[in-house]
Each structure stands twice: as C-alpha cells, then as structure tokens.
Design a protein around this ligand. Sequence first.
Ligand SMILES: Cc1cc2nc3c(=O)[nH]c(=O)nc-3n(C[C@H](O)[C@H](O)[C@H](O)COP(=O)(O)OP(=O)(O)OC[C@H]3O[C@@H](n4cnc5c(N)ncnc54)[C@H](O)[C@@H]3O)c2cc1C
Length: 422
Amino acid sequence: MIMRSLWADTAEPAPPTTALQASASADVAIVGGGYTGLSAALRLAEGGAGVLVLEAGAIGGLASGLNGGQVIPGLKQDPEEIVALFGHERGERLIEFVGRTADIVFDLIARHQIPCNATRFGWIQAAHSPDALTIIRRRVEQWQRRGAPLEMTDRASTAAMIGSDAYFGAGIDRRAGNLQPLSYARGIARAAIAAGARLHTDTRAVAIARDRGRWNVTTAGGAVVNAERVLLCTNGYTDNLWPALRRTVIAANSFQIATPPLPDDLRRAILPGGHAVSDTRRLLRYFRRDVSGRFLMGGRGPFRDPRGPEDFAHLQAAMIDVFPALRDIEPELCWGGRVALTRDHLPHLHEPANGVTAFLGYNGRGVGLATAAGLALGDHLLRPHEHTFPFPATRIQPIPFHGLKRLYVATVVAYYRFRDAM
Ligand SMILES: Cc1cc2nc3c(=O)[nH]c(=O)nc-3n(C[C@H](O)[C@H](O)[C@H](O)COP(=O)(O)OP(=O)(O)OC[C@H]3O[C@@H](n4cnc5c(N)ncnc54)[C@H](O)[C@@H]3O)c2cc1C
C-alpha cells in the first residue's frame, strides 16, 4: 500500500493559478480554496463582486480533494431533531435547504459541465444492528413525510445491493450519489475563475486587521489584500488566523484505502448498482467503487495525521470483515484528511466583527453541504439584509479544554473501536 490519494492520481487537471505576489484589493477576500470557499467565490463573482481567494496549498488540496466523494444530503440530525433545535419555521427552512444539497451539487455539475465522474444511484445507510435499523426507519419516515425519495430495504435486498450479508437492512436515499472529489473542486474553481474570481494558491493568510472600515488580510509572503469583507472557509484546517475559531472545532482524521480495479466477478458481486454506502457503527465505515471499479473504504483512523500504511491496517481488516471475498485483494493506495467536528454536530455561522464571516464544522458530511453553504454564503454577502442564509449566526464559543478534548476524542475513538469489534 502506498500513501497517496487516488483522487490526486486520477483527477482532471487544475486550472492554472499562482501565489499572490503583490498587494491587491477586492470586495470580498475568501480564505480557503475548498468547496465552501470556491462555491462562495463562484456565486459572488457571478453576482458582480470582486473576489479574491487565498488558499494556503492547492485548489481542493485538502478535505475537498481527499474525501470519499459521497454526495449525501441532510445533516447528521434527522428532520424532527432539526425542528426541535431550531423551532418550526427556521427548522423547516433548514430541512428544505439541507435536503436539497445533493440537487445543488448535481445541478452545479450540469450547469458548468464539470467532468467529475458524477453518478446518482443513491446512498445506502446500512444497519449494523437491529436497533440501528429502527433508527434508520424513523429517519426514512421523517424524510418521506417531507416528500423526499427515501425508502427501506430488507436484509436480503440490502445484501444483494451491497454484496455483503453483514447488515440487518438499510435505508436508501435516492437523492445521493458519488463523484471524483478533486475533479469536482477543480471544476468549481474553473467556473469561479471564468466568472471573474481571482484564485491564489500557495498563499497562506497570516493576519487580519481592520483598516478604516475595511479589512487587511496579510499573506505569509507579505502581500496585503484590502477588502470590504472577509469570508473564512477553513473547516478542519482552521488555524489561528481568527482568534478562537480553531478551538470551535475538533479536527479529526478520516482515512481511506483503495484497491486496484476489481476483477469482473467481484465487480458483479460488490456494489453492482454503484451506490454510496455508509454504515451505522459508532466509528462508521463508508465505501463505494470508483469509475474504474476500484473498491474504496473509509473510516476513522488514529487521531493524529497518518504516518504510513501501517496506520491503515484497521481499514483493510474492516474491508475483509464486510467483504470476505476481498481477502486476497491488497489495497493499493491509502490517504487521509481532516474533518471538523463540533460539539453539537452542527456546522456554525459566525460573524465576529462587522464584515467578517466564517462557516465551518461539517462533521464529515460536506460535499453537498459545503457546496450549498458556499453558494448561500455568496448570496448572504451579496444581499446581507435579506437574511437568506439558513443557519443562524452564533457567537464563537471555543470548546472548553480544547487541547484535552483532542485526547478525549482519541480515547473515545479507541473505546468505540473496541465496542464495535465486540
Ligand atoms: C477523508 C475524508 C473523507 C470524507 N468523505 C466525505 C464524503 O464522502 N461525503 C461528504 O459529504 N463529506 C466527506 N468529507 C467531508 C468533506 O470533505 C468536507 O466537509 C468538505 O470538503 C469541507 O470543505 P471546506 O471547503 O469547508 O474545507 P476544506 O476542503 O478543508 O478546505 C479548507 C481550505 O482552507 C485552507 N486554509 C486553511 N487555513 C488557511 C489560511 N490561513 N490561509 C489560506 N488557506 C487556508 C486549507 O489549505 C484548505 O484547502 C470527508 C472528509 C475527509 C477528510
């Protein structure tokens, strides 16, 4: 197994970009060139705003180009939980928004003709226990009541769709699909550039300071971007640029492995319908095939960044556990990236100063949500008085004992792995 991302090996080329060399001005300076920052840049540029994106590395170079490529609508919370948390009116508005996130992705791909191997065969949430099946049934019913195309599948149909009898049944969400995540990020970047956005890579923002009613964002290279508004889109890679923002999320690693293209008999048996799957374990496993018939499995790794292929052994064991037929198939590639976990499992909008906006905390489900949120953030900045953004702005609330919390999560991960194994 080599530690390298499958997506980097197989992506469409990136649009040409350079580091920011000289100071510049913009209506909006965006920090972060993942799905959130790129789709916000696209919407803002389409709306006529002067946009400049500062990305520390490459376009979609981190979570947005490393993820599982599963486009799953909704939040981790079920609709009734969302209403309980936000009240009827805002809750239903939020449900409508998060229910459309996969539509928004596939519409964007169609509108800008983004080549990213997008398929829309649905997402299977597979129950690893009878109790989990009851929870899935409730979830499916709540979405069905709102007209969404979800249904339950019994144990035998689940086994046939997945190619494994490891599950007690499943819910299937027909709104969902798969894509090549890095090609998708690069495609949004191309569309944003075509609309007039300026994208600068290898350009880390290191300071933000007020400048007579505007903001100066200073880069590591010493250039200064003078902007009316600043949008922070740094999710699991949030650093100390804006005080305390980093401590509102726990950046945990999610790991993946990919096999070589499977032989024909295994392709006929494993995920023959091209679904995206995740299961209901506390440390969930997610899996799919790519366009070349490789099998990919992802899940939580050790808390720290991966050091080598040995850190992925548990995923290979999980793969064989679910698909014994893959016992003799040696995974070829392994890689990981950071997800941003929040205490309430919800993403958060912060507006800590006039002209500064941040949105982060996708809790590992951001392909659809970060795209939709980025576009909606663009609308929000173009027309702030219309209050169109579905999430309320909240105060930046650092997680108490943030450093210790990381240790705590590491311990909980180890404990859950033990429980799941039992
Ligand atoms: C391994 C893995 C698997 C996942 N699988 C799925 C999945 O299948 N489905 C799903 O829905 N979600 C999945 N996710 C989550 C999803 O990838 C993220 O929620 C989403 O990509 C977040 O997008 P973003 O633009 O907010 O953040 P990111 O893509 O993380 O982008 C943030 C960017 O900010 C930049 N940055 C940070 N600080 C600075 C600075 N000071 N100056 C300049 N730039 C800065 C970083 O370099 C980075 O490129 C997965 C995540 C991982 C890591």
